[in-house]
Design a binder for this molecule. Structure first.
Ligand code: WT7
Length: 648
């Protein structure tokens, strides 16, 4: 690992334009943790409040109850902050650039246009009987109406719950019923990589499931014009919304009123609906967006996530729009129509800031540098990474090839639960180390904790916990506060437990090693699966690798490795030996793979996350209880792996 850990110092031109330099960061960080009330009271002024908060912080991490409140006596409205307050200064500036799945389709929407449309949308929701506090489920393609729906909900104080458009009808039904949604907003079909996904049909199917009687109306946006079944509760978006007034007052919401619910999977049980609230969340999303991406007026910013994930909430919609940014929304997939699409979109819209996931970078990297030849990407100024540990080799390729060697790359660690970025470099302040998320954001107090709950100081490796509250944190699990306390605050008394493992180096930099549930214990030695994967993908033959533990009679756990080779590489026994040697050499003999299985594809969610749960089952030969594979991008991958399970 150390051979990759070379330093990329802050460049002087980057520092010159950045919001903060090194000393600025240190001073602000110090104040944020030593005088948090003063710090956040000052920061809160960057939002427009209908009633300014006097009570800044009231947070209790237990033990016993957990109660987190920020700016609790303040009143504001999120859509007002994202739209109305920009009209006087930037009404004609583009708010959303939409790039369709088809490269010939795109659209620019100004702040004024977006405001008018959101007001119409909000009035339409009111006509359907949606009130303050009601839950609205969104099951949408990546089209501007998705962002408009979010903002329309916030305008009238409704709580949105977005379900990623790749989830199955069953998954959708579970979330609708858990949140008691009154309305579902969807589209006839979505379009991704030239393929149509029958969203409306999926909603129809979901609403046949038990527990979904709460839904009174289904609002349908016409996207493709494909055939849909029509029932009495269905309503076309254009028929309802086009005739509405484009004025709609923004409700004054309490800072702690719920803004949205977002479901996320844990290692056990049904998905948890994390509850995010209004004031603290918006402030944190806006502030992290401004500082971490060093966003300045005029920048064109593109986050490649889907609004169905928290990254889309905070860094496609709320953070950027609160900052008056121009945010790009992409309907399609990076590999369509060609693997050069990302670069072509960057050139077409002169994108300055690109925020994407390591898995997307590695997919491109597997095709070789020439994959980026169809674009110049000269407009790029900054790169960002999120979602999983980025191995140093992918980091360097992202930096060297996509960013042409002159864009800082911010690796951002955070979670659905945290609402916004927690550990990340600030471009003008932080020297970069490939593979490290570097240093905490303002107000974030990370701690490394051992399994007995002792806080470790200095250079250390442990479980990542956070010692005190930050404004963006989820306040509860919808309808189950006990579970919230149990999941996040019972592992270590008085601390938020992240579920991640982490290392801190001699410079105080944090290196996320992966979920603790993915950490292996081999002959008493702990190892991050991410570390082994990072080593493997640094091998020239390897495109991608996934490592899981499996029960081993002697070692406790053995190391089972799934390897996807680069195009044109022959899977031979010699290569298996070479990879074994490679890992032994890179990390040490304790990391010797026990089993290597060639994997033409890995089971991934549609957001690109490798589903290790499934890989662990296959590795353990427990293929009867694989559970729900419907959320996989390509479920057939699983059968292929089972069939060619490596013999032991
Ligand atoms: C988990 C959270 C953050 C929004 C998207 C994912 C992993 C996320 C990083 C990173 C290493 C990362 C962690 C975390 N993770 N970003 N930069 N480096 N690991 O949100 O689905 O809630 O997943 O993703 O394991 O706990 P999420």
């Amino acid at each position: 690992m150390s051979e990759h850990a070379k330093l990329h110092p802050v460049a002087s031109d980057v520092a010159a334009r950045a919001w903060v330099d090194r000393e600025g960061y240190q001073a602000m960080y110090k104040q944020s943790v030593e005088a948090p009330d003063d710090f956040w009271a000052e920061q809160a002024k960057t939002l427009d409040w209908f009633r300014a908060p006097l009570i800044i912080r009231n947070t209790d991490f237990g033990p016993g109850n957990v109660d987190v409140r920020w700016f609790e006596d303040g009143q504001l409205n999120v859509s007002h902050n994202c739209l109305d307050r920009h009209l006087a200064t930037r009404g004609d500036q583009v708010a959303i650039i939409w790039e369709g799945d088809d490269p010939d389709e795109s659209q620019s929407i100004t702040y004024r246009e977006l405001h008018a449309r959101v007001c119409q949308f909000a009035n339409g929701l009111k006509e359907l009987g949606v009130n303050r506090g009601d839950v609205v489920t969104l099951y949408m393609p990546m089209i501007p109406e998705a962002a408009m729906a979010m903002l329309a909900c916030t305008r009238i104080g409704a709580v949105h719950s977005i379900v990623f458009g790749g989830f199955s009808p069953d998954a959708l039904a579970g979330r609708i019923s858990d949140s008691s949604s009154r309305i579902v907003i969807t589209a006839d079909e979505s379009l991704r990589g030239g393929k149509r996904v029958p969203l409306k049909e999926n909603v129809d199917e979901a609403l046949e499931r038990d527990g979904t009687d709460c839904v009174d109306h289904v609002l349908v946006v016409r996207r493709t014009g494909g055939d849909v079944q029509w029932g009495s509760r269905d309503c076309w978006f254009h028929e309802l919304v086009d005739r509405q007034s484009s004025e709609c007052p923004a409700e004054a919401m309490g800072a702690e009123d719920p803004l949205f619910i977002l479901y996320t999977s844990g290692s056990t049980g049904t998905p948890k609906g994390l509850k995010h609230t209004t004031g603290g969340y918006l402030l944190y999303a806006a502030m992290t967006h401004r500082y971490v991406f060093d966003y300045h007026d005029g920048d064109i910013y593109w986050c490649t996530a889907d609004v169905g994930w928290v990254t889309g909430h905070s860094y496609i919609v709320y953070g950027p729009l609160a900052n008056g940014a121009t945010t790009l929304m992409f309907e399609g997939v990076p590999s369509y129509p060609t693997h050069g699409r990302i670069g072509e979109i960057i050139d077409k819209h002169q994108v300055n800031i690109l925020y994407t996931a390591p898995t997307a970078v590695r997919a491109l990297m597997a095709h070789g540098d020439a994959v980026m030849d169809s674009s110049s990407r000269d407009s790029l100024r900054l790169l960002g990474s999120v979602g999983e540990p980025i191995n140093p080799e992918a980091w360097e390729w992202f930096h060297r090839v996509i960013g042409k060697g002159n864009c800082p790359l911010v690796d951002t660690w955070w979670q659905t639960e945290t609402g916004g970025i927690m550990i990340a470099p600030l471009p003008g302040a932080t020297d970069l180390k490939p593979g490290s998320a570097t240093l905490p954001f303002f107000g974030v107090q990370p701690a490394l904790v051992d399994n007995e709950g002792n806080i470790l100081e200095g250079v250390a490796e442990g479980n990542l916990a956070i010692l005190d509250s930050w404004p963006g944190q989820a306040r509860s699990i919808w309808g189950n506060h006990e579970r919230y306390i149990q999941t996040y605050f019972s592992t270590y008394d008085g601390m938020y437990f992240t579920g991640d493992g982490c290392r801190r180096d001699e410079d105080g930099y944090y290196w996320i090693t992966g979920r603790v549930d993915d950490v292996l214990n081999v002959s008493g030695h702990r190892m991050g699966t991410a570390e082994i994967e990072s080593s493997l993908v640094a091998h020239e033959a390897v495109a991608e690798a996934a490592v899981v533990g499996y029960p081993h009679d002697i070692k406790g756990q053995g190391i089972y490795i799934y390897v996807t080779l680069n195009d044109g590489i022959e899977p031979t026994d010699e290569l298996k030996k070479a990879l074994t040697q490679w890992v032994r050499k890179d990390i040490g003999p304790i990391a010797s793979p026990d089993v290597i299985q060639w994997a033409p594809g890995l089971p991934k969610t549609r957001s690109g996350k490798i589903m290790r749960r499934i890989l662990r089952k296959i590795a353990a030969n427990e293929t009867d209880g694989l559970g729900d594979t419907s959320t996989l991008a390509d479920p057939s991958v699983v059968d292929e792996l089972i069939e060619h399970r490596a013999n032991r």
